[in-house]
Ligand binder design. Structure first.
Ligand SMILES: *[C@@H]1O[C@H](CO)[C@@H](O)[C@H](O)[C@H]1NC(C)=O
Ligand SMILES: *[C@@H]1O[C@H](CO)[C@@H](O)[C@H](O)[C@H]1NC(C)=O
Length: 254
């Protein structure tokens, strides 16, 4: 691609992203670039302008553009303060930077929290199905799940929800119960918790509250040892079904 064409292409793409889903782009940016931003802040001394900070973040033109957009909205000092928070929350940061909207009156109900199989084996694949109805628009939120194993250890995942209008939505997640250092998948009774939230589920920051939550239980028992070898594949994958808008947006905080 020649340089001018690629620049026009990038600007067009960024403009489209900024006008249609700048919120999702911002949350992904903070999620992915948080460590880079912290290192730059730590190692660079005084950063006088947003541009001085943002130009150092790896990731190219789109990252640079969304970084400047978010930072310029609050000024570099406040942006650095938000990023350096002990409990950084990408959704809250993008809300403070006016890239994501908030709604103090969002409402939703959970209709279904299901796992299949209910009695599974170590190494097996489990599918989580969640159905919920939004009754008052979620401005920026999450659909999240968390699994607590028989020893109290937990893991989970979440999808970002942006401007979800009143309607019924479904979402599926999948994980494989392959033992790893993070999760041993011991035999016994597991609890699956699901929640729909305005803001990041479990975040201590403003504009955040749980709209609905539900739990169900399932069991995992040992399979024969032949299928227990193999490396870690345990991070769950989410796939949006129906109209749920989802880009991966980090784990839920609950
Ligand atoms: C799962 O196992 C429990 C007891 O271990 C049993 O009561 C239940 O019916 C089983 N469910 C299914 C769907 O097999
Ligand atoms: C989950 O829902 C129950 C009522 O169904 C409620 O009492 C509880 O506070 C909720 N949990 C959270 C974290 O909102």
């Amino acid at each position: 691609m020649n340089k001018l064409f690629s620049l026009i292409f990038v600007l067009f793409f960024v403009n489209a992203a900024v006008s249609f889903d700048s919120c999702g782009v911002c949350v992904d940016f903070v999620d992915n670039s948080l460590n880079d931003l912290l290192n730059i802040i730590l190692n660079s001394g005084v950063l006088g302008t947003c541009n001085a900070l943002c130009s150092k973040v790896p990731g190219g033109q789109i990252v640079d553009t969304i970084c400047n957009l978010a930072c310029d909205a609050v000024g570099v000092d406040e942006f650095v303060k938000l990023i350096s928070d002990v409990d950084p929350d990408p959704i809250y940061i993008c809300e403070e930077c006016k890239v994501c909207k908030t709604n103090n009156n969002a409402a939703a109900t959970l209709e279904l929290v299901q796992i299949n199989p209910v009695n599974g084996t170590v190494g097996g694949t489990f599918t989580i199905s969640i159905a919920y109805t939004v009754t008052n628009t979620i401005a920026t939120g999450q659909l999240a799940f968390n699994i607590i194993d028989p020893t109290g250890n937990g893991f989970g995942d979440a999808v970002l929800l942006v401007q979800q209008t009143p309607e019924q939505y479904t979402q599926q997640f999948q994980f494989q119960a392959t033992p790893s250092e993070q999760e041993a998948f011991p035999n016994g009774l597991y609890t699956l918790q699901a929640a729909v939230c305005e803001g990041s589920c479990g975040s201590p920051h403003p504009y955040t509250y749980t709209l609905a939550n539900g739990t169900t239980t399932f069991t995992i028992s040992g399979s024969d040892s032949s299928s227990m070898s193999g490396s870690f594949t345990g991070s769950s994958q989410s796939s949006a079904t129906g109209a749920a808008s989802g880009s991966g947006s980090g784990a839920a905080l609950f």
